[in-house]
Design a protein around this ligand. Structure first.
Ligand SMILES: Cc1ncc(COP(=O)(O)O)c(C=O)c1O
Ligand SMILES: Nc1ccccc1C(=O)C[C@H](N)C(=O)O
Length: 426
């Protein structure tokens, strides 16, 4: 009997054996929708609502005293939350801070580390990275008087899906000052060998940083062990901080003595900050890279959300995530290839992140049909439906139902009722 033929009862058996099955109850879940888009915007934990409301209540009661008389103090909240997140990314508590958004944090890192000389002035990127990195890098090059043509070095993917670490390393030539790569690619879900890339970059005198938006909360990272110079990531995807939740920054402690490239008064040594001197004295930790007053209500949900991650540990989360995506890929192989679908992400556990990249020539229309048939995926051009079963709240039964829905859409040709033009937010 094929896996698909084993049906929903087999999926229910897998759910029965799942040690994380009860964690789903800790989330706000609409039972009419199978949510497969937690890699774009995660669902909200009840504990995240509670921490947000607690902070709001504190402010309502205390006014300005909320900065210093709450527990934890809101004045230091960004670094408190950074420390809470450190275990998820294998960093020391003082190496992580929560601030602004991923794109701005990348700007801050480039402004800190990019010191072009006549010999070394290129920034190395790949052509599959989420394009905001590219926009940030190009604008930073311009600020230094370089055109993107002169300052950007791009490694092209050979298959349009994945990157070959050998080619990325080959491109680390003597004119490269800095390299920025993703840990997990947003479209194909490929997980890069961050440790290997970092070692190769350092052997060649190159500063290297990673955009880990699609990795953190799905895959364990070991920033200290791998010795990456910096990393940035958002907290609204797998970390479930809510829409627009503040992003995070990892800065290797080797660099604490450096001058922050985008300095501001919130990065000041805390007990002297209110001396309000004209000379800047940054904190010697990631918090030194803070700029202005942080968006407290946009980070408060993270406190509750991170409690869940810290209770479970990333290894357990990753183990379940791999089982969910294994099951999904096996069902696709079993039942969907005959309808023209294929799996676009790498298969090996050490080379894939938290989502499955389901490819089809009619992906836009099938994606629309899924949304109207109780499944929430997303579409990424040209032909990818991203399906992200989330370890904390997706069941194996839901994964089975997604494949069953795809079968129905193809059998009944339901996708033919839709236009092949994608929506504004795909
Ligand atoms: C890999 C990656 N980097 C950066 C971003 C953008 O982050 P932000 O909007 O926080 O700047 C996203 C998604 O929005 C992303 O997937
Ligand atoms: N911030 C958003 C706001 C609106 C819609 C999507 C996003 C995403 O984050 C997309 C995500 N970065 C992606 O991997 O495609």
């Amino acid at each position: 009997m094929s896996l698909y033929e084993k049906g929903v009862s087999y999926a229910a058996e897998l759910d029965g054996k799942d040690p994380l099955r009860m964690v789903r109850n800790e989330f706000f879940i609409n039972d009419d929708v199978i949510y497969m888009d937690g890699n774009s915007l995660g669902l909200f934990p009840k504990a995240a609502e509670a921490s947000l409301l607690r902070v709001l209540e504190d402010y309502k009661r205390m006014g300005i005293d909320c900065w210093t008389k709450t527990e934890p103090q809101l004045f230091l909240y960004q670094d408190y939350l950074g420390a809470m997140m450190a275990g998820l990314v294998g960093a020391a508590p003082e190496e992580v801070t929560v601030m602004s958004n991923t794109t701005l944090n990348l700007h801050s890192m480039i402004a800190t580390f990019y010191e072009p000389t006549d010999q070394r002035y290129k920034i190395l990127v790949d052509d599959l990275t989420f394009p905001t990195s590219r926009y940030a890098i190009e604008s930073q090059l311009r600020l230094k008087g370089l055109s993107p043509e002169a300052g950007l070095k791009e490694v092209k993917s050979l298959d349009g899906r994945t990157l070959d670490e050998d080619f990325l390393i080959e491109a680390m030539t003597e004119d490269v000052a800095m390299a920025v790569f993703p840990s997990v690619l947003y479209r194909s879900g490929q997980l890069l060998d961050v440790a290997r890339l970092t070692k190769a970059a350092h052997e060649r005198g190159i500063i290297i940083g990673f955009d880990c938006c699609h990795g953190v909360g799905a895959v364990p990272h070991e920033f200290s062990k791998w010795d990456v110079d910096f990393a940035v990531w958002c907290t609204y995807k797998y970390l479930n901080g809510g829409p627009g939740a503040n992003a995070a920054l990892f800065l290797n402690k080797r660099h604490f003595g450096r001058h922050p490239g985008l300095a501001g008064w919130q990065g000041y040594v805390k007990d002297k900050q209110f001396d309000l001197l004209n000379t800047f004295e940054p904190l010697r930790n990631a918090g030194g890279w803070q700029s202005g007053t942080q968006n407290i209500f946009s980070m408060a949900p993270l406190e509750g959300s991170l409690e869940i991650f810290n209770r479970l540990g990333m290894d357990q989360v990753r183990e379940k995530s791999l089982k969910l995506t294994d099951y999904l890929m096996a069902l696709i192989d079993d039942k969907l290839t005959g309808y023209g679908f294929s799996v676009g992400n790498p298969r090996e556990p050490e080379r894939r992140g938290g989502h499955v990249a389901l490819e089809h020539d009619d992906a836009v229309r099938i994606n629309q049909a899924l949304k109207d048939n109780g499944v929430m995926p997303d579409f990424r051009a040209p032909n990818v439906i991203r399906l992200a079963p989330i370890a904390l709240y997706t069941s194996f039964t839901e994964v089975f139902r997604v494949v069953e829905t795809l079968v129905k859409i193809m059998e009944e040709k339901l996708f033919e009722n839709y236009s092949s033009k994608r929506g504004t937010v795909a």
